[in-house]
Design a protein around this ligand. Sequence first.
Ligand code: HEM
Length: 393
Amino acid sequence: MDRLSQSPTDPAFVQDPYRFYACARASGDLVFWEEYGMVAATTHRAVNAILRDRRFGREIPPELAQPVPERLAPFYAVEAHSMLELEPPRHTRLRGLVVRAFTTARIEAMAPDIDTLATRLVSAFPEGPFDLLDALARPLPVTVIARLLGVPEDRTSDLLAWSNAMVGMYQASRTRETEDAAVAATLAFRAYLEEVIGNRRTALRDDLLSRLISAEADGDRLSADELVSTVILLLNAGHEATVHSIGNGVKAIVERGLGSAARDPALLPTLVEEVLRHDPPLHLFTRYAYEEVEMFGHRFRRGEQVACLLASANRDATVFPESDRFDPARPIVTNASFGAGLHFCIGAPLARLELSRTLPILFAACRELQIANSPRYADIYHFHGLERLMLTC
Ligand code: HEM
């Protein structure tokens, strides 16, 4: 297996990780990524095979678990009940209870609300250059997930701040400051949600939070800790990635003058998939091998970690011909942006709905959208998203 060196904090890499991914794929399905000190899956088939293989999982094997420093305990106490961090049987139980409450019909019923919200945000765009992230991409997903859950919308700016601070824990270059901010955000988020959940328990409504409170399978319910962790997960996962999918997608469309594709209902489904495939916000997820596994010429030992490069899988030209090209009419083949296997994104239908309602509204209202200043990606690898997207309408 080839050993490749690429710092994840190198500014040129953060701006364009796809060049490195192309080299990595040319080296093979698996490469050893020196800076991460682990094997990385580079191709569509390798990423999918590992994510779907039950001999790999997200939860750390017990013999490798390190004691959590006392000062980080509040953060890890929330993670301890997050389905994203768990494997069966706990994952199966939590995901089952959430799926019961988070139905397709409930998600689809959000369409008129998303339309109204997107229209209101778009009609408030100023005359001169404006940041699309602040004006649309950030407020829309957090408001939608808060409404769906039934968490008061007057606190969306706190939700954004708490969630941002918490995802800082996944940064490649994490500092004491990032950790302290994440813990402070966790404590504030938790205290706020405990109050909201306490009130809702006494007066259930027609919202996701009430359904999570009463969701039951085989006489089993979510415990108080599981409920808090699940709501934090849904709120955080429910907007961070969508913000940057909208930002990266609008950038790609405007740069190529493809606004008419967003106004064409026949092209909309393929356009949305292309936005999700071409420049996704989440590039790397790791898995542990739970037993010795021979795959693509490598023998994984128990406890070995592997990085699944979702964004590299999406540029695999054996599956997506001319994969670097943004093609709004590209035939749909499942891309890796939402992952695969047991942890496949629960919010994928909601994210697709948000993109497919918002893009036509944006490009119908602003037929002459132009880039005002060349956009830069934020200097962090764990979220591949723009610092800002300055546009004129
Ligand atoms: C374009 C937007 C989104 C992207 C690219 C995205 C991506 C992902 C990915 C890659 C995973 C799997 C991680 C892994 O396998 O380790 C995941 C899981 C998850 N996502 Fe999303 N997501 C998006 C939007 C959403 C939304 C809107 C919600 C919520 C309402 C959501 C909720 C979740 C949850 C709860 C999980 C954990 C599922 C599990 O562990 O079983 N996501 N997402």
